[in-house]
Write a protein that binds this ligand. Structure first.
Ligand SMILES: Nc1ncnc2c1ncn2[C@@H]1O[C@H](COP(=O)(O)OP(=O)(O)OP(=O)(O)O)[C@@H](O)[C@H]1O
Length: 220
């Protein structure tokens, strides 16, 4: 199960000629939660953006071992206001809009239903997304990413705006998805409690360097 989905070797990450991270090497395995941590501004999001740029064009430094369409990124911020009218199930299905047919096939509908159940949104799937709570919205973003069956899921501070109970609940959903699907998850976070409780590996960025280490779990 622990086969690699991504290898990074001797990568430098920069913005506008300013080097944020030097000589970074790490790999990401299937079936585990890899946390990406570090102080504000060390370059976590910039790193992920640099990686995603290489998903269709591998370089010597960044090599994905999964297809570009098997990689999903859930960004830190979305503009979903209270009036956003789309039902949760329709929002989740937006990921499939690029498919060949203008309507959903039976297997796509089944897939959406399964993902709504995996993310515990089934009971509110007909509610407008704009009315959902912060935690429910985050689960809808997660569900939208999951519909395409990703092998690698990158979550950028998904839990940052949530209260403690919703943060723990969301991570429980993520860990359950990892167990069921064997996907690899990279999770950018500042939340030490979630890292200790749910993380398998921590890519810690500090002083322009990144070091990966295994996490000793405080709870499972
Ligand atoms: N497009 C850009 N142009 C110029 N500077 C940028 C750009 N994007 C990010 N930066 C700068 O690069 C640095 C790293 O930003 P980044 O968002 O990657 O950090 P981060 O570790 O994800 O921070 P946080 O934990 O606060 O989200 C910051 O100093 C930021 O201001």
């Amino acid at each position: 199960m622990n086969s690699k989905v991504l290898t990074v070797e001797h990568l430098n990450v920069a913005v506008e000629d300013r080097t944020l991270i030097k000589d970074l090497s790490f790999s990401v395995n299937r079936g585990v939660l890899t946390c990406v941590t570090g102080e504000n501004g060390v370059g976590k999001t910039t790193l992920v953006k640099a990686l995603l740029k290489c998903k269709r064009h591998p370089t010597k430094q960044v090599h994905f071992l999964v297809r570009p369409d098997q990689i999903q990124y859930v960004p830190q911020f979305r503009n979903i206001d209270d009036d956003y009218p789309l039902k949760i199930k329709d929002f989740v299905s937006l990921s499939l809009q690029n498919s060949f047919l203008p309507w959903l096939t039976k297997s796509e509908k089944n897939r959406i239903q399964k993902v709504l159940e995996m993310t515990n949104l089934n009971e509110i799937k007909n509610e407008p997304l704009g009315r959902a709570s912060g935690g429910q919205k985050q689960r809808a973003y997660l569900a939208q990413a999951l519909v395409t069956n990703p092998e690698l899921l990158i979550l950028d501070e998904t839990t940052a705006s949530l209260d403690k109970e919703s943060r723990v609940y969301l991570l429980q959903v993520v860990v359950d998805i990892i167990k069921r699907t064997g996907a690899a998850v990279m999770f950018i976070t500042h939340d030490q409690e979630l890292i200790n409780r749910f993380g398998d590996y921590n890519l810690e960025i500090a002083d322009h360097r990144g070091v990966m280490h295994k996490i000793e779990r405080s709870d499972a």
